[in-house]
Design a protein around this ligand. Structure first.
Ligand code: HEC
Length: 318
């Protein structure tokens, strides 16, 4: 009698603990987690190919030798972003009022079941540029890789930003080229990969090995619930039909505050397995004030670990 009562009580307590450890979205105690400032910069038409051309970017040989973008450019984001957003360099059609840099504040957490990220930035509206995105006032994106794509470890967002992608300097009128990884193409010139996409079997094999970039996105409209999207970039950037990511967003005192999360394990191959003990690389982008395409601000590459370890971000266990 006594024993079964205790067992029942034990089971109930176990259930309660389970309920407490699986935090509902929006229930992370963010105030207890320190924020990290991630300055985003306006990248203009500075593509992967541009960055690797030594005649144009004097550091190209150093990058090829093994120095990552962030190791040289950290703390220069505002300065570079300003030069590019104003059209001084690497931007043929600057937009009026486009700022060179966005101060993004980033926090991570995990609860053993999900990874959570909280992104906050002061919004700009009505800067005077055209409304390139007809649907959303702003979008925020996080891209990530688990070390399978070395060019993302080295250069973050730039690994999928090629010279012939829509809106970039070598894009071809009438061609719809989405962001891709160099490894999806048979050859690469200063103008990008062009039509040299590898055969489908080769792309399928790379995908099966996890050689792709995963992204999470929140699409934002004042007064409406945020819309979640996620997807992959390999031979092109493609949304998943049904996102595993959930998002919540609010506007507080002139700032967007966005939370995104997804289960650490998702039973489809389009999501990387997230686990303690591995190092991930993440990059962030904000499309503000109805911006689209290259008219965004992006981060350099940052490292992330879960629970504990050496990285730019530790998604502490809550
Ligand atoms: C070894 C240090 C170093 C590395 C690594 C490096 N850069 Fe640079 N970068 C420079 C220097 C120096 C400049 C100044 C202009 C020049 O010399 O070309 C520069 C300029 C730039 C500019 C501004 C262009 C301009 O005309 O003002 C951008 C954008 C840029 N780098 C992006 C990148 C990206 C993306 C990567 C990684 C793929 C990268 N850099 C890696 C040193 C570096």
């Amino acid at each position: 009698m006594m024993g079964s009562t205790f067992r029942r009580a034990g089971a109930a307590l176990g259930g309660l603990l389970m309920a407490l450890t699986a935090l509902p979205a929006g229930a992370v105690d963010w105030a207890s987690i320190p924020a990290k400032q991630v300055p985003l910069l306006y990248p203009g038409q500075a593509s992967w190919e541009w960055a690797l051309s030594k005649d144009e970017h004097s550091a190209a040989p150093k990058f090829r030798e093994g120095k990552n973008c962030k190791s040289c450019h950290t703390k220069e984001e505002e300065q570079i972003g300003k030069a590019l957003a104003s059209g001084q360099r690497l931007e043929k059609k600057p937009l009026p009022g486009k700022r060179g840099s966005v101060p993004l504040e980033v926090k991570f957490a995990n609860d053993g079941q999900k990874l959570y990220v909280r992104l906050e930035w002061p919004e700009v509206t009505g800067a005077g540029g055209p409304k390139l995105d007809k649907d959303y006032a702003a979008r925020v994106t996080m891209m990530m890789d688990d070390g399978k794509v070395v060019e993302f470890t080295r250069a973050g967002c730039w690994s999928i930003c090629h010279d012939d992608v829509n809106g970039m300097a070598s894009s071809v009128e009438g061609k719809d080229t989405h962001k891709y990884l160099a490894r999806s193409r048979a050859k690469l010139s200063r103008q990008g990969g062009g039509d040299s996409q590898k055969p489908q079997e080769a792309l399928d094999a790379m995908f099966a090995e996890g050689q792709f970039i995963e992204y999470w996105q929140a699409r934002l409209k004042p007064g409406a619930p945020a819309v979640a999207a996620d997807g992959v970039a390999l031979n092109k950037r493609q949304d998943n039909a049904k996102p595993a990511v959930t998002v919540e967003a609010k506007q507080v005192g002139g700032k967007w505050v966005v939370e995104m999360s997804r289960p650490l394990k998702v039973a489809d191959p389009a999501h990387k397995e997230l686990a303690a003990g591995k190092t991930y690389t993440v990059g962030f982008a904000v499309h503000e004030d109805f911006a689209a395409g290259r008219y965004h601000q992006v981060s350099l590459e940052y490292t992330l670990v879960l629970d504990a370890g050496e990285a730019d971000f530790v998604a502490v266990k809550k």
